[in-house]
Design a protein around this ligand. Structure first.
Ligand code: PMP
Ligand code: GLN
Length: 390
């Protein structure tokens, strides 16, 4: 069911952003930043438009951008990719994910994701006719935070694999939890994928927004590169979520298959934005670190403020979001709470159930996801309003 009563069903992000507009509420729901892109990136896009780079670029991507993507992977992670055969530019990570699953998953093949998962994953697995298996993140033993983590010793990862497993779709740093998968968990995923001869797709769109330990791509683990499709995007790294430039790096065979799907989805992706993203990827490390440091301050502002109000809050390692348990405030049902908050507190948040199959969030039923990629002023006002409401 992509339609309901003849209408396209809006995603939870579209629906909650509409409610923010309708009630003039502060939008800590949908993950888009208030930040401007780096000047050099914005200027490069404007220059490209003025230079006439406004018609279809090459389907697999502008050569300048493919080279910049390969150079970035080499510089940050020591991964070597051939820009001509192992890099594909896509219309956001969204298209990279869709083209990957559509190209590689046949009806009846099993695809494993963590749960909670980014909402698109269930939809694209269904579009491909795949069978979605999940590995639950469960509460850590730290009662102060209620962190959701993957406990590899629990055996759930191993049990999710079968002889029908085609693909394991990983996401680190993780949306919605804001946590990074540990090296131990990543190694366990590679080991199981090898054992079942499954492919790994990894969604790393928050790779540069880390607040402590740096991001470790799963493709850099021993033995992983050949079976791994790495996916990222310019949206978060350069605060340009509306540009929709993403990319895939993988072996030539996998890139060829994914290009086959991509060409029928969009054929090519935003011409003037491609040289601009190439300019961004070539910026010095300090340019990447500045945004992460600034976001880290806003993570702390939101986390501390929510804790003072009485939520039980996880401390995000990375990304745009934090997860807050409203249970201690006497609110056991985050779905109902998220519906009321826009009018009662003038704040929009996303219930964690949006990231679970059939909305069944189990032990996370009282959890909200709140975005801290907004201005300090917006976060401060949201905290004041939530404090007055609580
Ligand atoms: N994956 C994850 C985990 C995301 O949070 C998002 C949304 N920002 C995307 C993919 C989509 O990325 P893009 O906007 O580049 O299509
Ligand atoms: N990735 C963004 C989020 O998680 C939303 C993107 C979208 O609206 N599809 O909030």
């Amino acid at each position: 069911g992509l339609l309901q009563d003849g209408q396209a069903l809006p995603t939870v992000f579209a629906r909650m952003s509409a409610r923010a507009l309708e009630h003039d509420a502060l939008n800590l729901g949908q993950g888009f930043p208030d930040d401007a892109p780096p000047d050099a990136v914005a200027e490069a896009a404007i220059a490209a438009i003025r230079q006439g780079r406004n018609q279809y670029p090459p389907g697999p991507g502008d050569a300048v951008l493919r080279e910049a993507i390969a150079a970035h992977q080499a510089q940050w992670y020591g991964l070597q990719w051939d820009p001509a055969s192992e890099v594909l530019v896509t219309t956001g990570a969204t298209e990279a994910l869709a083209a990957t699953v559509l190209a590689l998953v046949e009806p009846g093949d099993e695809v494993i994701t963590l749960e909670p998962f980014y909402d698109q994953y269930a939809a694209i697995i269904a579009l491909a006719g795949g069978v979605h298996r999940t590995v639950p993140l469960t509460s850590s033993t730290d009662p102060d935070t209620g962190d959701l983590v993957l406990d590899v010793s629990a055996g759930a990862l191993r049990e999710a694999f079968s002889e029908r497993t085609r693909l394991v779709l990983v996401n680190t740093p993780h949306n919605p939890t804001g946590r990074m998968l540990s090296p131990e968990v990543l190694a366990a995923i590679v080991e199981e994928a090898e054992r079942h001869d499954a492919l790994i797709a990894t969604d790393e769109v928050y790779e540069h927004l880390t607040f402590g330990a740096p991001h470790r791509p799963i493709a850099a683990l021993p033995g992983a590169q050949d079976r791994t499709i790495s996916i990222s995007s310019a949206g978060k790294t350069f605060s340009v979520t509306g540009w929709k430039i993403g990319w895939v790096t993988a072996s030539p065979e996998l890139v060829t298959a994914i290009t086959g799907a991509k060409q029928w989805l969009t054929y090519s992706s935003g011409a003037p934005f491609q040289p601009a993203v190439a300019a961004g990827l070539a910026l010095p490390a300090s340019a990447f670190e500045e945004l992460a440091a600034d976001l880290r301050g806003r993570r702390d502002l939101l986390t501390d403020g929510l804790r003072e109000i009485g939520f039980r809050v996880s401390l995000a390692d990375a990304g745009y979001f934090t997860v807050a348990d409203a249970g201690p405030l006497g609110e056991p049902d985050a779905d109902a709470l998220a519906e009321r908050l826009p009018t009662e507190a003038g704040v929009v948040a996303i219930p964690l159930s949006a990231f679970y199959r059939d909305g069944r969030a189990g032990e996370a039923s009282a959890y909200l996801r709140l975005a801290f990629c907004k201005s300090r002023e917006t976060i401060e006002r949201a905290l004041e309003q939530l404090d007055a409401w609580a």
